[in-house]
Design a protein around this ligand. Structure first.
Ligand code: URA
Ligand code: SF4
Length: 222
């Protein structure tokens, strides 16, 4: 077995351990109403992670993220990149369905945050795309989606990009062209990130003046 294969096995096991914890988690009130928790899913070597808000009815029934109408639109948007849902990791900030799909409460988001943080730590995605207000708030505190959608930001060796939630687009179909345009930025962002990281590795002195990770650099170079 190669080292890489062993690493992937360990990674799969670690992600499964998180999923198992989520299934029996009682850390917030939302556990009471769930049919299935929705830990998130995707290939362990996914470069792109989409993070939505919380499971809805269909997700709760199936234990899988974005399997309802919003998921269908997400799949159509991914097709803009010639990707399918099997090419990316898809999850949510909150893993159990809020009653009547109400907004998740701050204490629920806080109780659930550790799972997503551990998933990100394990998966090490090159790009995180946020879908919806609560996911955006985690990575772009205080931002307004109508102003910042599609504006990527670099954070260390990763790119963050806030996208419209597909459920919002379904309710406001005039946002669809923007949603597609934002989505189509992703390959260019990944290529640009690769280029910047390669340049920095080749010329470490030039990075001394680069912003520290807590002052993220705008990647508005496109
Ligand atoms: N909306 C979300 O935010 N997440 C899902 O998994 C489904 C719909
Ligand atoms: Fe646990 Fe998160 Fe489900 Fe709350 S939403 S019970 S914190 S897994």
């Amino acid at each position: 077995m190669t080292d890489e294969a062993r690493d992937y096995e360990a990674l799969i096991a670690a992600l499964q351990a998180i999923a198992d914890e989520v299934q029996v988690c009682t850390a917030c009130e939302l556990h009471k109403g769930r049919t299935h928790a929705v830990p998130g899913e995707g290939p362990v070597n996914a470069e792109i992670m989409f993070i939505g808000e919380a499971p809805g009815f269909n997700e709760d029934q199936q234990g899988r993220p974005f399997v309802g109408a919003a998921g269908k639109l997400l799949e159509e948007l991914l097709a803009e990149l010639e990707l399918t849902r099997d090419d990316v990791w898809i999850g949510n900030v909150v893993k159990c369905r809020p009653p009547q799909n109400r907004d998740p409460r701050p204490e629920e988001i806080a109780a659930c945050a550790g799972y997503l943080e551990r998933q990100i730590e394990l998966l090490q995605p090159k790009l995180i795309a946020t879908l919806g207000r609560y996911s955006m708030e985690k990575f772009f505190p205080g931002a307004k989606i109508t102003r910042v959608h599609g504006q990527a930001r670099r954070e260390g060796s990763r790119v963050l990009i806030p996208l419209f939630h597909p459920a919002y687009v379904l309710r406001n179909m005039n946002a669809l062209p923007d949603a597609k345009r934002d989505m189509r930025k992703i390959p260019r962002l990944l290529a640009r990130l690769e280029q910047v990281l390669t340049e920095e590795a080749a010329n470490p002195a030039a990075t001394e003046s680069a912003p520290p990770p807590d002052e993220p650099e705008q990647l508005s170079l496109f």
